[in-house]
Design a binder for this molecule. Structure first.
Ligand SMILES: C[S@@+](CC[C@H](N)C(=O)[O-])C[C@H]1O[C@@H](n2cnc3c(N)ncnc32)[C@H](O)[C@@H]1O
Length: 488
């Protein structure tokens, strides 16, 4: 029977927070011995068209990937890409999560992204059952879900939309009607409104920006169940699973709220779960990406900085100010640090200057001197907690500069033929809007040098001066390398 996901396709995408590298890195930091990312087994529940799993399989040819999704249409779309890429280490199965049993074997990493809160209670229980029964002893399971208390706010707007779309069955009509209400509310809520109306306006604008297909499957879905973090952890514990970390480690940290808040939270909240529950109240948390492992796995209370010494680090932050020896670095999601500490500054300068390449700790330590090794590991851990540095147990392969005959990832080449959303070799998505950008990527199969590329692309820029055109092509190639789209 066709599902709502057959009616309205939910296009998959790569989620770096679900990548085996991220899951294994966090497991390693908390003292586990996760499987090697290069030789692991991964199961994704609700994998849709393989948008997340296929790039993993491409990057990790010695690892095995299995995905399951109820939507036959989504699975068929994924199978076409798998065939085009000639991948033999991935299988997408059209089926029900309820039918996964122990015969599927054990997996080192199990992923359920964007599924848990949108399926009925028996399927939620089954996702946790699989996370136990099919998880290798040192395995990690990733489950994302709508969290409280922020879920209350989203439920309020969901209920308004459901009321306005009542009686409608056709997906396009439901979405159009829901958006009509949101547009009406925005139009009659002034920009400068405060209190309830100010909050409402901000929420509503966010909804209007969303892809209508996503809105249909998210807030307008039949099931939409947020839970408090502590409830989720208790439910997981009933299945013999324990909390490991959030996939975004910086989300677990309280330092951004200042020493006094951190002290109060610590006095109210040990173990970590209680402290983090209070953090959710502070942040009005609405979504969680929680990692679980077997309850018998022995975990350190906090990551030990010594564990960093075998890892790679990367940073997409940029230095935004330097005054009187104090440098400010700003990273993603509002993270920032001001420092005059020579080891911290040198480490950050090295990492940000090498972005998107990850650098092994030994190389970083070699740069500041072995006498600072332990101090540097402590600093990296603090920067990781602050969200300015990402740690990796595995280094993604991509070319820092385009070769003489440049080569783009075969998946990005395929995607560029069809649209603008391209998967990078860092397991992220970029939006290649311009036709020249996209056409260039399709040509990067290792058989064209600069002159060939310029000849092929020239019809797209008939009026451009020769020098300016050459520069545009060269800049686009450099940009593709910087975005981690090239293998050579
Ligand atoms: C919101 S989408 C998320 C897809 C993908 N994980 C992502 O985040 O991009 C939820 C997916 O779960 C699938 N799904 C829902 N219930 C399922 C079930 N009982 N068995 C298998 N797949 C299911 C849907 O078909 C859909 O593709």
């Amino acid at each position: 029977m066709p599902t709502p996901y057959d009616q309205v396709l939910y296009t998959g995408a790569p989620f770096p927070q679900t990548h085996p590298d991220r899951l294994a890195t966090l497991a390693h930091l908390f003292g586990m011995k996760p499987a090697a990312v290069e030789h692991c087994r991964v199961l994704e529940l609700g994998c849709t068209d393989g948008g997340n799993l296929i790039p993993m399989a491409l990057a990790l040819p010695e690892s095995d990937f299995v995905g399951i999704d109820l939507s036959e249409r989504a699975v068929e779309a994924g199978e076409r890409i798998i065939r085009d890429l000639k991948l033999t280490n991935i299988e997408l199965r059209a089926g029900d999560i309820m039918d996964v049993d122990s015969a599927w074997g054990q997996f080192d990493f199990i992923i359920a992204h964007g599924v848990f809160s949108w399926v009925p209670a028996p399927v939620r229980e089954q996702i946790l059952r699989i996370s136990k029964q099919n998880l290798a002893p040192q395995g990690v399971s990733y489950i994302s879900y709508n969290a409280q208390p922020g879920g209350h706010l989203r439920t309020m707007i969901r209920d308004m939309m459901l009321f306005h779309a009542r009686g409608l069955v056709d997906p396009a009509e439901r979405v159009a009607r829901a958006r009509e209400l949101i547009a009406f509310l925005v139009a009659h809520t002034p920009d400068c409104a405060d209190g309830y109306r100010g909050f409402l306006r901000k929420e509503l604008e966010g909804i209007l920006e969303r892809d209508p297909n996503v809105l249909f499957h998210d807030e307008l879905s039949e099931v939409w169940q947020p839970v408090f973090f502590h409830q989720f952890v208790s439910q997981a514990a009933a299945h013999g699973l324990q909390y490991l970390s959030e996939a975004a480690y910086s989300d677990t940290q309280d330092k951004a709220f200042g020493d006094s808040a951190a002290e109060t939270l610590r006095s109210w909240g040990e173990p970590r779960v209680v402290r983090e529950q209070y953090l959710d109240f502070l942040k009005c948390r609405r979504f969680r990406q929680t990692l679980l492992c077997h309850d018998r796995a022995r975990l350190n209370a906090e990551p030990a900085s010594a564990a960093i010494e075998t890892l790679y680090a990367s940073s997409s932050a940029t230095m935004t100010a330097a005054e009187n020896g104090v440098k400010t670095f700003e990273g993603e999601r509002g993270s920032s640090v001001k420092t005059s500490h020579p080891v911290a500054t040198s480490t950050l300068e090295r990492l940000t200057g090498s972005w998107p390449r990850a650098i092994h700790f030994d190389e970083l330590a070699g740069h500041v001197g072995p006498e600072h090794r332990h101090e540097q590991a402590d600093i990296l851990l603090a920067l990781f907690g602050a969200g300015l540095v990402q740690l990796h147990i595995w280094r993604a392969g991509f070319a820092a500069v385009p070769g003489e005959y440049p080569v783009a990832s075969p998946l990005a080449r395929l995607q560029a033929e069809a649209g603008s959303a391209l998967t990078t070799l860092r397991h992220t998505t970029i939006d290649a809007k311009g036709p020249l950008e996209r056409r260039l990527i399709t040509l990067l199969d290792g058989t064209h040098d600069r002159a060939d590329l310029e000849r092929e692309l020239r019809p797209l820029r008939p009026d451009s001066a020769a020098e300016a055109f050459r520069e545009e092509v060269a800049n686009n190639l450099l940009k593709a390398a910087h975005l981690a789209l090239l293998t050579g």
